[in-house]
Write a protein that binds this ligand. Sequence first.
Ligand code: SF4
Length: 140
Amino acid sequence: MSAGKFARSLGIRHLVCGSCNGCELEMNALAAPQYDISQEGWSVVASPRHADIITVTGPMSGAMRLAAQRTIEAATEPVVIVAVGDCATGEGVWCGAGSAGEGAGKELQASIGIPGCPPSPDALREGLRAAATLLDGRNS
Ligand code: SF4
């Protein structure tokens, strides 16, 4: 894949919207030596204002709905929302259970979905690369 403008300087803000933490464990692996996303120039940022990509996990819990919407509103364009895992894409085991929603990525209109329960680090990296390509298109 060719390296676009964003491919080597992504700021990633993560939102947990009712995940069981399985997806987060795999995302944490991206910082481990085998994957080490810092070598790609990617970093996790604390503010949505600094984010190029917002990753979301979980079916969307009621407690997180308003906070998640405010986080998305606080982001500056261009930004790409990525649904991580089956729950976020609306296919997960927790979707529609109790007060859970039908997928955080669905509710927040994610442009990219990374399937899996949980997705592997390789799948996560490929999904983030796809998001970087999408960002390049929006910024050109
Ligand atoms: S997709 Fe699987 S691992 Fe990820 S939050 Fe849902 S149940 Fe947990």
